[in-house]
Ligand binder design. Structure first.
Ligand code: MN
Ligand code: MN
Length: 469
């Protein structure tokens, strides 16, 4: 049946929003599903920023990238990377134009909300051995009780010897958990607010219950745990003070839904964007402008510290690229950054039909409708936002439109409902044109988050098209 005049006009004038799966060809759908399977494998292997950095370094090396400190000069087509203190990694493909004319940057982060062990974690109480923790990033604490947890990270002895801890890779490995009160005795607890129901000091992790076999020794359960750790890792209690041990959800990332359209897993924020960024830079061929992937640490606690996006190590990496391509003029680093453009590849909140009251439905990001551009983040009157210019947003639209890529534009939550931030403003402060552009997530910052497979693959395609422009 022919369309009416009004229907035709609507097709022409309206911004018709729809799922990226609608009308997707079989071939394309197969690409989406294959890419998602590889991502699921990555997510299950890499549960900390250190593990993500190591995985990325190996993959980059396998694909012809070399450590920037091992090369003296760089030419178009060369591929290099730089590891910042084992917790952040940057990769670059040298383009044809002078770096001073500007770089194409895509920046994600590889740290995710979790529970860190306190420096003196191990204690015994009521016949049980437990670890004290200090949560990292913005979490709803009640979500972290009564779920399986893995312990990952490093212990560095005063000699400098590094002990890697990766409990949970083997099916026979133990898991850990934080206990919660049974409902039968939780009358008082259940009257508390969600925010105060579980206090930070209540996030104590159960790690053992067998006493050491000696009737005269005290704290025998704790002693038995230390004995086990000493035999396995050669450590003593004091070694915990120079350790970074993280408790992360032990759930396996899996396909979600009867239609297998989604992925449930820990750490989609921001490893979904980080993985798409990494794959995009690896698959990039002969870019015009030098293209860079940034996988930063510490975003969840404000991008601070020497592995966060504020770190001078980023400037040092760009300075190295300039030096090795023979560009050493006055203020060349600043000029390079002021001419650069960037996609801040960080996840955004997906509209949740159960909690639709927090969203402006006209400006929410919808799961499966493709990557979501975000002109500004921040909260309450755009506080803390870098606010991309109309000109720059138009430029990105143009790249996506000419590559026939699906995308949506969103504003996180209703005005005055709350807000959030990414690394966008940090680069924008250096003079870079930045637009937030990431995968929509349901249950963000929960131990088990949800994304759409279409959005994940779409992010990879968008980042690649941006690099190639
Ligand atoms: Mn994030
Ligand atoms: Mn986050």
């Amino acid at each position: 049946m022919d369309k009416t005049k009004g229907q035709k006009l609507k097709d022409q004038l309206f911004d018709n929003k729809k799922s990226g799966f609608e009308g997707l060809s079989g071939d394309k759908k197969a690409l989406v599903m294959d890419f998602s399977s590889e991502y699921i494998e990555f997510l299950n292997r890499c549960r900390t920023e250190r593990e993500c950095t190591l995985f990325s370094e190996v993959l980059l090396k396998e694909n012809g990238f070399v450590n920037i400190d091992e090369v003296d000069c760089l030419n178009p087509g060369d591929k290099v990377y730089f590891v910042n203190r084992k917790k952040a990694i940057y990769a670059a493909v040298i383009g044809d134009t002078m770096l001073e004319e500007g770089l194409n940057l895509v920046g994600a982060h590889i740290d995710s909300p979790r529970l860190d062990l306190k420096p003196n974690p191990l204690y015994e109480s009521g016949g049980l051995a437990l670890f004290k923790t200090h949560y990292y990033g913005g979490i709803k604490k009640y979500q972290w009780t009564a779920i399986p947890l893995m312990l990952r990270g490093v212990i560095v002895k005063s000699s400098g010897e590094v002990v890697n801890v990766r409990i949970g890779d083997d099916k026979n490995d133990p898991i850990f958990t934080i206990t919660d009160l049974l409902p039968h005795l939780a009358r008082k607890q259940e009257k508390k607010t969600l925010e105060s129901g579980i206090a930070g000091e209540d996030l104590n992790v159960l790690v053992g219950s067998i006493p050491y076999d000696d009737k005269d020794a005290s704290e025998k359960v704790k002693l038995n745990i230390l004995d086990i750790l000493n035999k396995k890792y050669g450590i003593i209690e004091k070694d915990f003070i120079s350790a970074e041990l993280e408790l992360v959800p032990a759930f396996e990332a899996r396909s979600l839904g009867f239609d297998l359209s989604m992925i449930a897993g820990y750490g989609h924020d921001d490893r979904s964007c980080a993985y798409a960024t990494l794959r995009a830079i690896i698959d990039l061929k002969n870019p015009k402008r030098t293209s860079i992937a940034l996988l930063a640490d510490k975003e969840e606690i404000g991008s601070v510290g020497n592995t966060g996006m504020y770190s001078a190590n980023f400037d040092v990496f760009i300075a190295k690229l300039l030096d090795k391509t023979g560009q050493n003029g006055y203020n060349v680093l600043e000029k390079t950054l002021c001419n650069s453009k960037m996609l801040s590849s960080d996840v955004t909140s997906a509209a949740d039909p159960t909690y639709s009251d927090v969203d402006d439905c006209h400006n929410a990001a919808y799961l499966g409708n493709g990557i979501s551009l975000c002109k500004y983040t921040g909260s309450g009157g755009k506080g803390g936002a870098s606010d991309a210019s109309a000109e720059f947003v138009a430029k990105i639209r143009n790249i996506l439109d000419k590559n026939n890529l699906v995308y949506q534009m969103s504003d996180m939550g209703k005005v005055d409902e709350g807000g959030g931030g990414t690394i966008a403003y940090i680069l924008a402060n250096k003079g870079v044109d930045v637009l937030d552009c990431g995968v929509p997530v349901l249950s963000m910052h929960a131990p088990y988050e949800v994304i759409s497979k279409f959005d994940l693959y779409n992010a990879y395609e968008v980042y690649k098209a941006f690099y190639q422009d």
